[in-house]
Design a protein around this ligand. Structure first.
Ligand code: NDP
Length: 444
């Protein structure tokens, strides 16, 4: 049995009931096999893979809070501090009823490689809670965030662990979390990113993940003598990543015709009107169904199936495992040529392999959605300097980072004779830097 297979079996045996974590580890280890095989003895003797798949620390805690009816509610809170070889832990907080340790370990593990690809000094972590902010009042969200941070504040700091937003954690939640950290620790420091502009946030951070997805898509297309101009695009989700991917794709000449939320999807043949989406999602915190009531010519379909809409480019920006092999087959049959992940692991393993084997140019989330965390790292730099850069400066840096990521994953794929296999390219390029730093720092 190869070293990578051995370590995968060990992960499955030692982490029962964590299917998402197993899935993420398998995908990475499978593509690292070519790298490991060339130097197996050295990696084995240092137990590099065993160390890579074991989080440095997992903190889990109780989050008590009181709802608007005066009832006590209890949620679970977590922080997975996965790997700090190249910098302080960095990664988002997710508030969603499905959150559990498996999902946060998969996200933390992916984050290690993603953060490495950005070229910036940030290690990997992830956290969150099974709290559902949907339908809660602002007061309830604040009560929850304050209780969550009361515990989390013991383990984070500007030079140790810097969380950010993710699903269910946007500007409102980051504000409440920051306020409570400051109150408890007495420190005004860059302990969270995605902050508001009046208290240390960075311009372009809100837009960064979605913009980054489209910047790297653009690199991929240019490298294949193609462009976004006149292309039809389908984006899934209607949250932070989706909204700004739609905005940038539209600016670059594409027509985005569909988006969704977890209840259903909207098709607008005239091109999605983003002002309406922002009003529904960012202001009213409503459902995407309302779009069809407000925009003439748009239709709403309840349930899944957004992949049935014909497109050249598909950008899954909602959640993990949202796109399966049947969805990919339909996309390909309808002429889709590019799938670029905005979400983390939105495409199942089988669907990813099918897409790549059938001529789709595919970019994995750990490369294509890295613009968010990269801009978070730029926010950290600004906080440390006590300076704010202009939107143009941050956007230019983000754009360059996405170009560099494309160059790195393309180069790694070519070095190992797998041109256009960007899944392998991203895993290998991310791994090389982290492992070099781990080896240099000894057995810690
Ligand atoms: P948001 O909470 O802002 O939006 C998530 C969107 O996805 C919502 O529209 C939500 O709909 C929809 N959604 C969730 N589950 C499903 C489902 N099963 N089917 C269809 N739609 C669904 O989150 P973000 O936009 O911030 O994050 C989206 C993805 O991008 C996540 O995988 C996240 O980890 C990843 N990501 C985010 C980054 C960031 O900077 N925000 C950075 C890098 C990655 P509903 O409202 O119905 O729940």
């Amino acid at each position: 049995m190869s070293y990578t297979e051995e370590v995968y079996e060990r992960v499955v045996a030692q982490n029962p009931g964590e299917p998402e974590f197993h899935q993420a580890v398998k995908e990475v280890l499978d593509s690292l096999k070519v790298v490991i095989d060339r130097n197996e003895e050295k990696y084995r003797s240092l137990s590099i893979l065993e160390r890579l798949v074991e989080p440095e620390r997992i903190i889990s805690f109780r989050v008590p809070w009181i709802d608007d009816n005066g009832n006590v509610q209890i949620n679970k809170g977590y922080r997975v501090q996965f790997n700090s070889a190249i910098g302080p832990y960095k990664g988002g907080l997710r508030f969603h009823p499905t959150v559990n340790q498996s999902i946060l370990k998969f996200l933390g593990f992916e984050q290690v490689f993603k953060n490495s690809l950005t070229g910036l000094p940030i290690g990997g972590g992830k956290g969150g809670s099974n709290f559902d902010p949907k339908g809660k009042s602002d007061r309830e969200v604040m009560a929850f965030c304050q209780s969550f941070m009361t515990e989390l504040s013991k383990y984070i700091g500007a030079d140790t662990d810097v969380p950010a937003g993710d699903i269910g954690v946007g500007g409102r939640e980051i504000g409440f979390l920051f306020g409570q950290y400051k109150r408890i620790r007495g420190l005004y420091e860059g302990v969270l990113t995605g902050k508001g502009l009046t208290y240390g946030g960075s311009l372009i951070r809100t837009e960064a993940t979605g913009y980054g997805v489209v910047y790297i898509l653009n690199e991929l297309m240019q490298a294949h003598n193609d462009s976004l101009e006149g292309k039809t695009v389908v984006v899934t989700g209607s949250g932070n990543v989706a909204i700004y991917a739609i905005q940038k794709a539209t600016q670059l000449g594409a027509k985005v015709v569909a988006l969704c939320d977890s209840n259903g999807y909207v098709y607008d043949p005239n091109g999605i009107n983003l002002d309406v989406v922002k009003d529904i999602k960012e202001v009213k915190r409503g459902r995407i169904k309302e779009y069809a009531d407000r925009v003439e010519g748009a239709t709403y379909t309840e349930g899944t199936g957004i992949w049935n809409i014909k497109c050249d480019v598909y950008l899954p920006c909602a959640t993990q495992n949202e796109l399966d092999v049947d969805g990919v087959k339909t996309l390909i049959a309808n002429g889709c040529k590019y799938i670029v992940e905005g979400a983390n692991m939105p495409t199942t393993r089988e669907a990813t392999e099918y897409a790549m084997a059938n001529g789709v140019l595919f970019l994995p989330g750990k490369a294509s959605n890295a613009g968010g965390v990269a801009t978070s790292a730029l926010e950290m730099s600004q906080n440390s300097q006590r300076l704010s850069w202009t939107a143009e400066e941050v956007d230019a840096k983000l754009h360059q980072i996405m170009k560099d990521i494309y160059a790195k994953i393309d180069d790694a794929a070519k070095r190992y004779d797998m041109p256009d296999n960007f899944v392998a390219g991203a895993n290998i390029a991310g791994f090389e830097k982290v492992v070099d730093a781990m080896i240099a720092q000894g057995l810690v």
